[in-house]
Design a protein around this ligand. Structure first.
Ligand code: DGY
Length: 327
């Protein structure tokens, strides 16, 4: 009776997933799933599950910290349905020999699309225009009514030239933008292909019309964009963040917007998510705010979920994981 008492690996999914994803996992595992899509499980449930799980399927809003990881007894893999993994204590996982996987690449084009959506919507005052119509405030056509600023031929400054940064730059070429970037290392091939120029941080901040931050969130990038950075920006600068909220000092951003030091901001991420409606930033007309939907196209989210399920299967089989976080 071969395999008679072989225990099937136990996987915990921190959010409700479509049947297709669950059945991928059920072929080889026992699946336990938090049945809500928009609310995370309470810490007590996470603690209880992580203790027995061989694998955890999580996402950006789960705080997989040291104390949680230390509770694990069999855990082999933590797979997050995201490219960013700042919500997972990698060192604590490494200490317990737990592998961590993420989903780079698959969401880059979609996230670059949303970066551009925010850039354009803020530049051309799309949310204000919608409000005018919804509030029945549209009078006659007026010569300088809701005038925004041009995107074409303006300077686009990209901070962090990784996969998403490059695709944002590529989109900028379609608008004949002058593209400059700052990154830890130069990217000569990308410079040639896209025509982007490397710039020191200060010059980029001082001369760009649009500033998009596309770096991962780490200790080094915490509040990278702070009061001093906003003070260096042009008064017409539009700041766009689709990376992680804490890369920006939100109090400083509020001050810069409120005092007219910069023109506007397009934000998909916030220091504390979900941001609440009474947050001061949301009272400003020159802020376009979205609820962390950078990668949220149907296709991309499906691919991310599939990739994450696959990482789990690879991890529990002890195989190489396609996108394991390098330590
Ligand atoms: C990511 O992948 O890191 C995004 O923030 C979630 O889609």
């Amino acid at each position: 009776r071969e395999g008679w008492n072989v225990r099937k690996p136990y996987v915990f999914l921190t959010r409700k997933m479509p049947d297709g994803i669950v059945s991928m996992l059920e072929k080889e595992c026992v699946v336990s799933m938090w049945e809500k899509e928009e609310t995370p499980p309470p810490v007590s449930r996470l603690e209880e599950e992580i203790q027995k799980a061989d694998a955890v399927f999580c996402n950006v809003s789960d705080n997989i910290n040291k104390s949680l990881i230390e509770k694990a007894e069999h855990l082999k893999v933590i797979a997050t349905m995201a490219v960013g993994y700042n919500n997972i204590d990698i060192k604590a996982a490494e200490k317990k020999n737990i592998r961590v996987a993420h989903t780079p690449g698959v969401l880059s084009e979609t996230t670059a699309d949303l970066t551009f959506t925010l850039l354009m919507a803020t530049a051309r005052r799309v949310p204000e225009g919608m409000d005018v119509i919804k509030n029945n405030e549209w009078g006659a056509w007026a010569p300088f009514f809701l005038t925004g600023q041009d995107i074409h031929h303006a300077r686009l400054g990209i901070i962090g030239m990784g996969r998403i940064g490059e695709l944002v730059a590529k989109r900028g070429t379609g608008f004949d933008m002058d593209i400059v970037y700052h990154n830890r290392s130069r990217k000569p091939e990308m410079e040639k292909a896209i025509g982007a120029r490397f710039m020191e941080m200060d010059e980029l901040l001082e001369t760009s019309d649009y500033i998009c931050v596309q770096t991962p969130y780490t200790e080094e990038t915490h509040h990278l964009i702070n009061k001093q950075a906003f003070q260096k920006m042009k008064r017409n600068a539009i700041f766009v963040n689709t990376s992680r909220g804490p890369i920006v000092d939100e109090d400083a951003l509020y001050e810069a917007l409120n005092n007219g030091e910069i023109q506007g901001a397009g934000l998909d991420v916030f220091e504390n998510e979900p941001i609440r409606a009474d947050h001061p930033l949301l009272s400003l007309p020159n802020v376009t705010a979205l609820p962390h939907i950078g990668s949220a196209s149907k296709n991309t989210r499906w691919k991310m979920a599939e990739m994450t399920a696959n990482h789990i299967l690879q991890g529990i089989r002890g195989e190489e994981i396609d996108h394991e976080v390098k330590r």
